[in-house]
Design a protein around this ligand. Structure first.
Ligand code: UGA
Length: 434
């Protein structure tokens, strides 16, 4: 079996490397030749723990290669994983232009039976469009099937998620495609759920939106905790002890970001509305999430009153730890709001600073990037924790206090123990607890 993976972004590269690790012969293809050149040299354009080592091994073994010749890659494959981007369009829906372009290319190069697998997150019923597009443009009589195999990778643990998945969802509508897909994932047969294609597509969106809902729910409880003597950490712990609820994704904070939850939530709202379904529950999930950043800034203002010309340290820029990804990171809206208020900001992140520099370039006055978390707090009137990087737990807080103009710590991720931090002399504000 020869597998092609079209698109070498985050999902595509992890998929290509993972499928090669499963023992398949894989070609990863991308029309951006420069990107392919770098990947061939083992250079990964983003930070993902463990991926570089596996890429190196697969390249050396020859089980994985890369090409910028998409037509040739398509012609040589029996199974084609479509991993191109589906960015958010202006109205919240996913922009399907790249999927359509790749579908046409597959049609033009269909030289025998192939299974075309949707791996990128796509709206329910996308397979109908892919099928129609291929049928419209194909030049041969060759047959094909479309399958859906949504990815459930989390950034920061994507390699483990791919190699040891909780579940593999396969949406198919022919026995032939089913057999091929089962062969690809033969190592994990016990974790495979086979459904029709609409169901598989919806499982992906439904899962992400449910997790987003869970986070907004605990954030709503955090708001209640702040007006009572309740502690959201213990509320989450108590709720999580019920196995029907589960303890994961009940961490209150400044809200969810990343390339998936915000986008997928909006896309599902749009899909539902287009289909005439009332999506208020998910709209509220999004609204609660949007409001998180304002709540954090309100805490800062309650501590400092006026932010103009105050120096604020921002610790953590990535949308979560173990990644350099800043897409939809709450920190972006926080930084923008601080600058709008006329504050000076000192930023630190162990991995994501370079990406943030592109959005907020260093000017040496209003925007400064620090080389360490301690250096970021130098002369600061307050420090904001936006990402729960483990290294922040090792910070020498006594040293930090000595560096700051005012020892005010606003912890958007409930990283520290309130009593311990207050005992050091900090004014400490966190989420949903005293
Ligand atoms: C998410 C899903 O977890 C994956 O299963 C899915 O495959 C992926 O989207 C995708 O669709 O591609 P990811 O975006 O990498 O993965 O990140 P998560 O670990 O899910 O975190 C998302 C956001 O939620 C982060 O900003 C995180 O800080 C926030 N979060 C998470 C909370 O605020 N509280 C929690 O309890 C958990």
């Amino acid at each position: 079996m020869k597998i092609a993976v079209l698109g070498t972004g985050y999902v595509g590269l992890v998929t290509a490397v993972g499928l090669a690790e499963f023992g398949h012969s894989v070609v990863g293809a991308d029309k951006v030749a420069d990107k392919i050149g770098r990947i061939r040299r083992g250079e990964i354009p983003f930070y993902e723990p463990g991926l570089d080592a596996l890429l190196g091994t697969a390249l050396r073994k020859g089980s994985l290669s890369f090409s910028d010749d998409l037509p040739a890659t398509i012609r040589a494959a029996n199974v084609i994983f479509v991993c191109v981007g589906t960015p958010q369009g202006d109205d919240g829906s996913a922009d399907m232009a790249q999927i359509e372009e790749v579908s046409r290319l597959i049609a033009e190069n269909l030289n025998g039976y192939k299974v075309i697998v949707e791996k990128s997150t796509v709206p329910v019923m996308t397979s109908v469009w892919i099928k129609r597009t291929i049928s419209l443009y194909k030049k041969s009589e060759a047959e094909f099937d479309v399958a859906s195999n949504p990815e459930f990778l989390r950034e920061g643990s994507a390699v483990g998620d791919f190699l040891q998945p909780d579940r593999i969802i396969i949406g198919v509508e022919s026995e032939r495609a089913r057999e091929l897909m089962l062969r690809i994932y033969h190592r994990h047969r016990d974790r495979i759920l086979v459904t029709n294609i609409d169901t598989a597509e919806l499982i992906k969106h439904a899962s992400n939106s449910f997790l987003a809902l869970k986070i907004s729910y605990i954030n709503l409880m955090a708001n209640l905790c702040e007006r009572t003597q309740a502690d959201v950490e213990l509320v989450a712990k108590g709720m999580g002890l019920d196995p029907r609820i589960g303890s994961r994704f009940l961490k209150a904070g400044i809200g969810f970001g990343g390339s998936c939850f915000p986008k997928d939530l909006k896309a599902l709202i749009k899909i539902g509305e287009d289909l005439g379904v009332d999506m208020s529950l998910l709209k509220e999930t999004d609204r609660i999430n949007q409001a998180r950043v304002r709540l954090l800034l309100d805490k800062l203002k309650a501590a400092l009153w006026i932010l103009r010309d105050k120096t604020i340290a921002v610790l953590g820029l990535a949308f979560k730890p173990e990644t350099d990804d800043i897409r939809e990171a709450p920190s972006i809206r926080i930084i923008q709001a601080l600058l709008d208020e006329g504050a000076r900001i000192r930023l630190y992140d162990p991995k994501a600073a370079d990406n943030m520099r592109e959005l907020f370039p260093e000017d040496g006055v209003r925007v400064v990037y620090a080389a360490s978390p301690a250096a970021a707090t130098e002369g600061a009137n307050a420090a904001l924790v936006c990402t729960e990087w483990p290294e922040f737990l090792d910070l020498d807080l006594t040293d930090v206090k000595g560096r700051m103009a005012n020892p005010i710590l606003i912890d958007g991720r409930n990283l520290y123990d309130p009593a311990a931090v207050q005992a050091l002399g900090f004014e400490y504000f966190s989420i949903g607890r005293k």
